[in-house]
Design a protein around this ligand. Structure first.
Ligand SMILES: NC(=O)C1=CN([C@@H]2O[C@H](COP(=O)(O)OP(=O)(O)OC[C@H]3O[C@@H](n4cnc5c(N)ncnc54)[C@H](O)[C@@H]3O)[C@@H](O)[C@H]2O)C=CC1
Ligand SMILES: O=CC(=O)O
Length: 317
């Protein structure tokens, strides 16, 4: 049996499936792995099931001479916390869990879109504060989402799931930016840059992968292009947005508001964002439903078993 290290507690169904096939050690902590724990995981185990914020950087791979570990099966679709080139150089394969996360993450994007445009977070706080004085015709007026223009930056699995929900559910027109135009089920408009996309829409939703290529893709120029009536929603990775530029844009009234599931220095959230009523803040809830986390886990299990049996990996990255 291969020796498996699991870096965080996982749903029982997933651990049961793993225990049948591997000699498994589960790290009990909910916190990300420390440097020494990561090097030990590479030295002492055949395979590792890691997850978000376990920062398997080039330094970690460099610190281990000939890793015993040959597969990092990541629990999550985003793998920007793993230096895949360094892993490859060290002879470590990497897999992820696409598909299992798509619908749940698209649902959280819709949650944020509705919350920020209809001022739901602000309204909930008002009720809880005891300060609500009752319905009146001009109370807390937000933006009506139905029929508005949606912009998707990153028209992949999640981006397309958001587009479907917005087009068929909210009668929104769909604009997107990707390197090349894509075939889509509904009518869409393609834009060649993030700034051009932002200028064409009422709500800009980010669904690109994180990493060096997309870092600060949303900057002052893009936010200014979105305009004083435009909303930003980020379910991708925090560093896709220049957070300082976002705060400045909100303070200057350059955009109308933002709905965020992810942050540049997660889990740290700037005080200035927390203090603003035009911002909705969620704690990286994209896939936070038991059946989704089980499905993600089972995709990781499939990859680990494929590796153990010498078969082709299901989701290599
Ligand atoms: N908030 C949350 O809990 C979750 C966040 N995510 C994030 O969402 C990301 C997307 O996931 P999927 O849709 O499954 O990935 P995907 O790979 O299917 O889609 C990403 C799309 O972005 C496009 N893209 C890449 N760079 C771009 C650029 N510079 N400009 C325009 N388009 C670009 C790609 O061509 C691709 O079509 C993940 O990488 C992850 O970081 C994923 C799941 C949950
Ligand atoms: O953020 C979550 C993921 O699956 O990536």
């Amino acid at each position: 049996m291969l020796k498996l290290f699991v870096t965080r507690p996982l749903p029982e169904k997933v651990l049961d499936a793993l225990a049948e096939r591997f000699e498994m050690t589960v790290r009990p902590s909910e916190l990300p792995m420390e440097f020494d724990e990561m090097t030990a995981s590479l030295s002492d185990y055949d395979v590792v099931l890691s997850t978000l914020r376990d920062l398997y950087s080039a330094k970690v791979f460099d610190a281990v001479d000939k890793p015993r570990c040959k597969l990092l099966a990541n629990f999550g679709v985003g793998f920007n916390h793993i230096d895949v080139a360094a892993a490859k150089g060290a002879g470590v394969l990497v897999t992820n869990t696409p598909g299992a996360v798509t619908d749940a993450t698209a649902d959280i994007a819709l949650t944020l879109m509705l919350m920020v445009t209809r001022r739901a977070g602000e309204g909930e706080r008002l009720v809880r504060s005891g300060g609500w004085t009752g319905w009146h015709p001009t109370q807390m007026l937000g933006m009506h989402l139905t029929g508005k223009r949606l912009g998707i930056l990153g028209m992949g699995r999640i981006g397309q799931a958001i587009a479907r929900r917005c087009h068929y559910g909210f009668d929104m027109t769909v604009h997107y930016c990707s390197r090349t135009p894509k075939e889509a089920v509904m009518e869409t408009s393609w834009h060649k840059s993030a700034a051009e996309l932002a200028a064409a829409v009422d709500v800009l939703v980010l669904a690109v992968p994180g990493g060096a290529e997309t870092r600060h893709l949303v900057d002052t120029e893009v936010l200014k292009a979105l305009g004083p009536d435009g909303y930003l929603v980020n379910i991708a990775r925090g560093d896709v947005v220049d957070e300082a530029a976002l705060i400045a844009a909100l303070e200057a009234g350059d955009i109308a508001g933002a709905g965020l599931d992810v942050y540049e220095n997660e889990p740290a959230v700037p005080e200035t964002l927390m203090a603003r009523s035009d911002v909705v803040l969620l704690p990286h809830l994209g896939t936070a439903a038991l059946e989704v986390r089980e499905a993600m886990g089972m995709v990781a299990v499939e990859n680990l078993i494929a590796f153990a049996e010498g078969r082709e990996l299901v989701n290599p990255v």
